[in-house]
Design a protein. Sequence first.
Length: 219
Amino acid sequence: MRLVLVGPPGAGKGTQAVNLASHFAIPHISTGDIFRSNLKAGTPLGIEAKSYMDRGELVPDEVTNKMVKDRLSHDDVKPGFLLDGFPRNVAQADVLRAILAEKGTPIEAALELLVDKNEIINRLSGRRTCKNCQRAFHIQYERPSKDGVCDGCGGDLYQRDDDKEEVIARRLEVYGEQTAPIIDFYVRDGVLLSIPAIGAVDEVTKRAIDALSGFRSKN
Ligand code: ADP
Ligand code: AMP
């Protein structure tokens, strides 16, 4: 399964990606997670990315595309992969198509998660992220068993700098202006699949798996 998750920040891409990657036994590749891991490790890539992330802007394509190209050259993507947060504009979608065309392994589905704007703001403003494994929790909707501690790895939870109100507004603008056009890009490629992403996390996962299975058997 070669899958791209599409949807605004806070739609639940990372949350669903964990479940879907486990279901399909494929690696979950999140460009946001890779930037944050680099920042934590103090690499030049992480430091460069931070200046954009903190303002809610996209990291330049040159940097992001190179990073993704490198990641997609690893052996673990042979059975497939799930991209979360990439592509984020049409130029990145073009680059991804070219990388995959070279290998003869095009994207099979672009799964769009549909969530209304109020819910997105609630999700982002209450999100808490694990410092260690980057799993997302929510102070109301997806509470960890123990406050401030990740259920998965025991790491500390924190509020991302870009989940503060001022940056959220800019990230949603950037989504509308730069990222939303990739939906038409994938419609034209005949691979777009959209599902409502409201309801319990496991219900959304089931909806996604059912939709993807139906879609694959038709194609
Ligand atoms: P994205 O990766 O698209 O930015 P996340 O997966 O990090 O989004 O989810 C954003 C926030 O919404 C997190 O706090 C997460 O716990 C919460 N969340 C995710 N899915 C749901 C859901 N189905 N219902 C309620 N909250 C959710
Ligand atoms: P995310 O974790 O997906 O919410 O991404 C957090 C931030 O990382 C974004 O607001 C961007 O600044 C940066 N980022 C993540 N993915 C990309 C991408 N594909 N292109 C450019 N910037 C990105």
